[in-house]
Design a protein around this ligand. Structure first.
Ligand SMILES: Cc1cc2nc3c(=O)[nH]c(=O)nc-3n(C[C@H](O)[C@H](O)[C@H](O)COP(=O)(O)OP(=O)(O)OC[C@H]3O[C@@H](n4cnc5c(N)ncnc54)[C@H](O)[C@@H]3O)c2cc1C
Length: 288
């Protein structure tokens, strides 16, 4: 199906983009980044924005760099750039491991990390990774700029706390320190599919025990879920078999899976348990 009729704008500055969005009633103008989610929903006529504001010609939004004690991921950083980046290894390994598991190479060429977060698909992989590493996003509106912790950004299925007239300009991941690491494990029916279950794991060590832990789940709830009790069970402990098994049990308990074509509730819950344990063992290897 063809999308409904819309106006198209390709501004070259953020101010211009915000000015164009401001001309329309709330929600009538949509930001276009990679278009990998927006265009399909427009073609299905689930969305019919009156205007698309293409941000791809705006300079300075493609930064992927470690600066000022954080990793900065600009709004136009593509999944593919993350897949190929040497920066997203070791302490940022959860990001590097997730990138090649997003969709397929064609989607990864264009789709953006920020676009995934703004789209808030509960089966999106990046949101779990960002929960695990405790990222925040920077949103720019006509009133200025604000930062939103990732837990506060994700409001529900396909819903965020971004205002309709705000543009997400950057994702920021705090530097977890040298002895940190994690991974993202995804169960998919075939390459390119959305997750049946995904688990993001991230730990930073302090004096031989876990200082801070991040565990988040994909595809097993109305939005990406932080497995808070599992995180707490790790803090202050060594990453030994017993601690890992308990955290994995608690992560499975936090999941809210539903039986569907991808598997039964029980199967998905068990996959969360197995993947959490596997992810934590991998993280233990990374942090030594
Ligand atoms: C075949 C296929 C398979 C896929 N498989 C997966 C998968 O396995 N895992 C996964 O995580 N994702 C998957 N996706 C989704 C893909 O990762 C998208 O790239 C991503 O969800 C959206 O990024 P985008 O840059 O393409 O955003 P767009 O499609 O351009 O935009 C998506 C939404 O976010 C808004 N938006 C985008 N950027 C901004 C911004 N900077 N500020 C404010 N709002 C913004 C748009 O207005 C729109 O509402 C798949 C997509 C396809 C087509």
């Amino acid at each position: 199906m063809y999308p409904a009729r819309f106006e198209y704008f390709a501004p070259t500055t953020l101010d211009e983009a915000l000015e164009i969005i401001g001309r329309y009633d709330e929600g009538e103008a949509k930001v276009l980044a990679g278009g990998m989610s927006l265009i399909p929903v427009m073609k299905l006529r689930f969305a019919a924005p009156r205007a698309l504001v293409d941000i791809n010609r705006i300079g300075g939004l493609d930064t992927l760099a470690e600066e000022g004690g954080m990793l900065r991921i600009g709004a136009l950083v593509r999944h593919k750039t993350c897949e190929q980046s040497d920066l997203l290894k070791g302490k940022y390994g959860a990001l590097g491991d997730a990138a090649p598991q997003i969709a397929d190479p064609i989607v990864r060429n264009l789709g953006t990390v920020a676009g995934s977060l703004a789209h808030a698909d509960p089966q999106g992989d990046w949101a779990s990774v960002m929960l695990a590493v405790r990222a925040e996003v920077v949103a720019r509106g006509n009133g200025g700029e604000r930062t939103i912790p990732i837990d506060e950004l994700l409001a529900g299925p396909f819903t965020t706390t971004l205002e309709a007239n705000e543009i997400l300009t950057e994702v920021r991941v705090p530097d977890p320190g040298a002895r940190a690491g994690g991974t993202y494990l995804k169960l998919e029916r075939k390459v390119g599919d959305f997750a049946t279950v995904g688990v993001a794991v991230h730990v930073s060590m302090s004096n031989g025990s876990v200082g801070q832990a991040g565990i988040a789940l994909t595809g097993v709830g109305p939005k990406n879920i932080r497995a808070e009790a599992a995180e707490q069970a790790l803090a202050g402990h060594a990453l030994d078999d017993e601690t890992i098994a308990e955290a994995a049990r608690l992560a499975a308990e936090a999941a809210q899976p539903r039986t569907d074509v991808r598997g039964t509730e029980e199967y998905k819950r068990n996959a969360v348990r197995v993947f959490t344990a596997r992810g934590l063992r991998r993280a233990a290897e990374v942090v030594g």
